[in-house]
Design a protein around this ligand. Structure first.
Ligand SMILES: C[S@@+](CC[C@H](N)C(=O)[O-])C[C@H]1O[C@@H](n2cnc3c(N)ncnc32)[C@H](O)[C@@H]1O
Length: 478
């Protein structure tokens, strides 16, 4: 759908009409980042100044939160019908419906639909038509993410977005007003829905009172890990941007906030479309699956309930840590004391239950690491888990290496290619360090007395022979 026009030169008028105030800062073009905020004069906030200087204030009624969407629905009958038919599933979904309406109302494709206009209808046209996050990349660009943790994450997100779009379409087609505006000439497409999601993801922020919200003008502030400003929501729910304590910004310099706060390189790319040049991967998440020959695979997936993942986190000493609760479910079996049972309720419904050592632990399927604590074979179970995790990590390293020369032909924007390569390098480094840490842990477990005893080496092993025999036998406990 074609976008409306709102030149940046008109923003000061919009701000004065809507009580948004800039103090000594203005919107400017920032190379490689789109718009941003720059200081109009030298700004300083001394180290122990308890009252930080204000840079920007935005009144409560402009904050686009789930509550604001509900309020708007009270005033607009057509939107209320749309929200009742297709909304109320999540806060994000409701905000996306509101943005969809702003897109329609501001689009030159709908000259007749301009009768209901909110401040957001005009502001929406200032938002970029392209966001550099991977859900908006071309297939050729996406092929450069192969082997990275974002390969499956982006594919899953795109499939969810397509489902959401089809769902909104199915639920609103019976509403005459919306059917005419949205679907009759197929003016609103799945690409528009992907754009709305991208705008929301890259521009929303968590406010203490209003929750996840979009705030006009505050959403023009770019990110830096050495940020000079921060935002607050006051008791009357006005949102403010303030200069950080101990910060000095010269006239013409950019004002930034920190979007990161613990986010991994993959999360930064997924949500905002860039990675800091001095970033480390921090962490990554990979999907994991049950082993192919496990007869209990389906039951294990069912009781686990959520898509199983392996999370790898970096740590300050450079030795990565991992979390993979499903892997413990994968490596335990009936002979270890893991069982499934069907529980029949009085109303006739039946539920699959998970038992560990004859105790019903269905609600603790994610806590098997804790449940095996104290078991005499605990180290054996750990060894199986470490072996499976190591295999998964090695598989990912191989996939990163193999896919490098394998990208799809097609035009790829230089900055996108650079960002994808940056992510791949950061993740390869984290995975390789994780593989070494897993190998070390395996070696430690293999030297554990209970493991040696379990494997039949109860007598003092001669180191060389034992080591060789153990590594040959690895598959037996995986
Ligand atoms: C909340 S908006 C900030 C305003 C945006 N620059 C604009 O023109 O509307 C977030 C987007 O700005 C860009 N951005 C913000 N900080 C950046 C940075 N440090 N490096 C590169 N791009 C950045 C990214 O495209 C990101 O998705």
């Amino acid at each position: 759908m074609r976008r409306g026009e709102f030149p940046i030169a008109s923003l000061p008028v919009w701000c004065s009409l809507n009580d948004v105030t800039f103090f000594d800062v203005k919107v400017g073009d920032i190379e490689g980042k789109g718009y941003g905020l720059v200081a109009e004069r030298d700004l300083v906030n001394e180290e122990d100044n308890s009252e930080s200087p204000l840079l920007l204030t935005i009144p409560k009624d402009l904050v686009l939160s789930a509550e604001a969407v509900e309020e708007y629905a009270k005033e607009d009958k057509n939107f209320r019908q749309l929200l009742e038919a297709a909304g109320h599933r999540s806060h994000r979904g409701d905000v996306l419906l509101f943005l969809m309406v702003q897109l329609i109302l501001s689009s030159p494709d709908n000259p007749g639909a301009k009768n209901i206009v909110t401040p957001w209808t005009q502001y929406f046209s200032l938002l970029p038509a392209k966001v550099p996050i991977p859900t908006m990349w071309t297939d050729a660009e996406l092929s450069h993410l192969r082997g990275s943790s974002l390969e499956s994450a982006v594919a899953a997100k795109l499939s969810v977005l397509t489902k959401e779009f089809n769902d909104v379409r199915a639920r609103s087609s019976d509403l005459l007003y919306w059917n005419d505006l949205l679907w009759a000439d197929e003016v609103f497409t799945v690409h528009d829905w992907v754009l709305l999601d991208a705008l929301y993801r890259s521009r929303s922020l968590g406010l203490p009172k209003s929750g996840e919200s979009m705030v006009p003008c505050l959403d023009l502030v770019n990110h830096s890990r050495q940020s000079s400003a921060y935002f607050e929501e006051s008791s009357n729910e006005e949102v403010t941007l303030l200069l950080r304590e101990g910060c000095a910004v010269s006239s013409g310099q950019e004002i930034t906030i920190d979007y990161g706060q613990g986010k991994s390189a993959a999360e930064m790319l997924f949500s905002y479309g860039f990675i800091d040049s001095d970033a480390t991967a921090k962490s990554l998440v990979l999907p994991v699956e049950p082993t192919e020959d496990d007869p209990l695979a389906k039951a294990k997936l069912h009781v686990f309930g959520t898509p199983p993942t392996l999370q790898i986190h970096d740590s300050e000493d450079g030795v990565p840590q991992w979390t993979a609760p499903f892997i413990y479910l994968v490596c335990l079996n009936e002979e270890d004391g893991l069982n499934f049972a069907l529980l029949q309720e009085n109303d006739g419904s039946r539920h699959l239950r998970l038992h560990w050592q004859e105790e019903d632990v269905t609600d603790r399927a994610h806590e098997l690491t804790a449940l095996i604590d104290g078991h005499e074979l605990r180290q054996i179970f750990e060894l199986r888990a470490v072996t499976l995790i190591q295999e998964r990590v090695e598989q990912q390293i191989k996939s990163l290496r193999d896919s490098h020369s394998n990208a799809m032909p097609g035009i790829v924007r230089a900055e996108i290619l650079q960002t994808a390569l940056h992510l791949r390098n950061l993740e390869a480094d984290l995975l390789e360090r994780a593989a070494r840490a897993l190998e070390d842990q395996k070696t430690r477990l293999l030297a554990d007395n209970s493991v040696i005893a379990y494997l039949g080496f109860v007598e003092e092993p001669r180191t060389d022979e034992a080591g060789a025999a153990l590594s040959n036998d690895e598959e037996d406990f995986s």
